[in-house]
Design a protein around this ligand. Structure first.
Ligand code: NAP
Length: 430
């Protein structure tokens, strides 16, 4: 066997400890596949005194990850600290400037500084690997960079945040409110104590930014993503969606249109019979629509120590085999800056939920406004309530541009008969 591949690990939390365990448990298999051993020579974490349940005695401990990245006896620095800036960025930059390869699971860092890292890697001849940054154990980065590399990709659509998917699944299965499931998920350890990036769509957007760059050969452009989370989805939305044959999922979608690239993260109604609708709980899924391979769907666990460590090791195996690729699929100077399609140009069907007074003529008033804006109604649902009380009114409208929908809703919300802000959810049929 050749010389071992020496690695240094920054961050010994969920993923870092998962990595140490997997390297130990599957050492024979991994060494055979690499053609050499992977040896951990250095580690760094915040608290040296913490009992992590493993003997780190033979490994050099660093108190400063950025210093470790420059100085450790290692060819690869594995960054598993997290955060888009600060120590994670400094660690990766120091490693690359010293000509060491970087492996990271940090989607926030890549979404915000991916281009800076790619340039630093090019300058020093090192490489950046990030299979674990998107969809945990699903090898979606490999799929886009290698398996599907012959194809022009038209669209990527993913369930990219396990916590949101878990919440939406339990809301539907158990008829619970968003708040009730979130609290339970936190108590059970499925959701972070601070789940803001999970539920507000930002975590999914970090991952979408990476996928869009790989799929379309464009520079990462996080700021171009339209982001909405699931915090406004009510149990009644879930129930009406069910009645109409849909399920609600937080999706990240990047697609080519005639005028540029559309990138968006928001809750969507999708047909209940679709594969994506049946990806439940904390599972992730990524659907890639290609010109020759057609539609390829990847499903698997999107997080957790084991799946994420598995993805980190896939990168280490590549490095050990001497297999490196341009960071974002094509050489940096070939990455295009394609125009971004603004959200108000989005073309799609919409679900609208209104609360209206229980009087005759209200529906006619609303449909007249929709029609004035060229929006045509496909179906209407109205359930009887207590007499005299406001009634919910749910509509599905045919495909239209979002600016027409917004203009119509602005007028509708000003009607005396409309008792609360109209609630809109986009429908994705494919
Ligand atoms: N958890 C998942 O399932 C998952 C899945 C995919 C991607 N990721 C990504 O993987 C990365 C790590 O996530 P995680 O869940 O493992 O996080 P975590 O459990 O919070 O672990 C973070 C680790 O970083 C260490 N750390 C924090 N600040 C540090 C500093 N200034 N210097 C050195 N070490 C520092 C912590 O040290 P102490 O232990 O000493 O406090 C801890 O060991 C993140 O980028 C995350 O987005 C995670």
């Amino acid at each position: 066997m050749s010389e071992p591949l020496k690695i240094a690990i920054a961050g010994l939390g969920t993923v870092g400890m998962g990595l140490l365990k997997l390297l130990q448990d599957n050492s024979t298999t991994i060494s055979q596949r690499c053609g050499r051993e992977i040896v951990v020579t250095a580690v760094c974490s915040r608290d040296r005194t913490k009992d992590r349940g493993v003997d780190l005695g033979s490994i050099t401990w660093y108190d400063n990850a950025a210093r470790m990245a420059s100085e450790a006896d290692a060819q690869v620095i594995v960054e598993l600290i997290g955060g888009s800036d600060g120590i994670a960025l400094e660690t990766c930059m120091n490693a690359l400037q010293a000509g060491r390869n970087v492996v990271t699971a940090n989607k926030a860092l890549l979404a915000h500084h991916g281009m800076t890292l790619a340039r630093a890697a090019k300058n020093s001849g090192a490489s950046v690997h990030y299979e674990a940054a998107v969809a945990g154990g699903i090898p979606i980065i490999k799929s886009l960079r290698e398996g599907l590399s012959a194809n022009n990709i038209q669209r990527i659509c993913g369930i990219l945040n396990g916590t949101s998917n878990y919440i939406m699944t339990r809301m539907r299965n158990e008829s619970l409110s968003f708040e009730a499931v979130l609290k339970d998920a936190q108590d059970l350890g499925y959701a972070e104590a601070d789940p803001i990036f999970d539920v507000n769509g930002v975590d999914a957007a970090h991952k979408l930014a990476i996928l869009a760059s790989l799929a379309f050969g464009t520079e990462i452009n996080f700021d171009a993503i339209h982001i909405e989370g699931i915090g406004n989805i009510s149990l009644s939305d879930v129930e009406y969606a069910n009645e109409l044959g849909f399920r609600i999922k937080l999706l990240g979608i990047a697609q080519r249109t005639e005028t540029g690239i559309e990138q968006r993260v928001h809750p969507c109604l999708i047909p209940a019979s679709s594969i994506m609708a049946n990806v439940e709980f904390a599972y992730n899924a990524v659907e890639v629509t290609c010109d020759f391979a057609e539609t390829v769907i990847h499903v698997g666990p999107g997080a957790g120590a084991g799946p994420t460590a598995s993805a980190v090791i896939a990168d280490l195996v590549d490095i050990a085999r001497g297999h490196t690729l341009p960071v974002f699929n094509v050489p940096g100077d070939k990455l295009a800056a394609l125009p971004t399609v603004p959200m108000n140009e989005h073309l799609g069907k919409y679900f609208i939920r209104l609360k209206v007074t229980d009087h005759s003529g209200v529906l006619a008033q609303i449909t007249a406004i929709l029609s004035k804006h060229d929006v045509s109604v496909e179906s209407v649902l109205q359930r009887a309530q207590d007499p005299g009380k406001p009634v919910p009114l749910v509509m599905v409208v045919h495909e239209t541009r979002e600016h027409r929908m917004n203009a119509a809703l602005l007028e509708i919300s000003a009607l005396d008969s409309v008792m609360s802000e109209p609630h809109l959810i986009r429908i994705e049929l494919h």
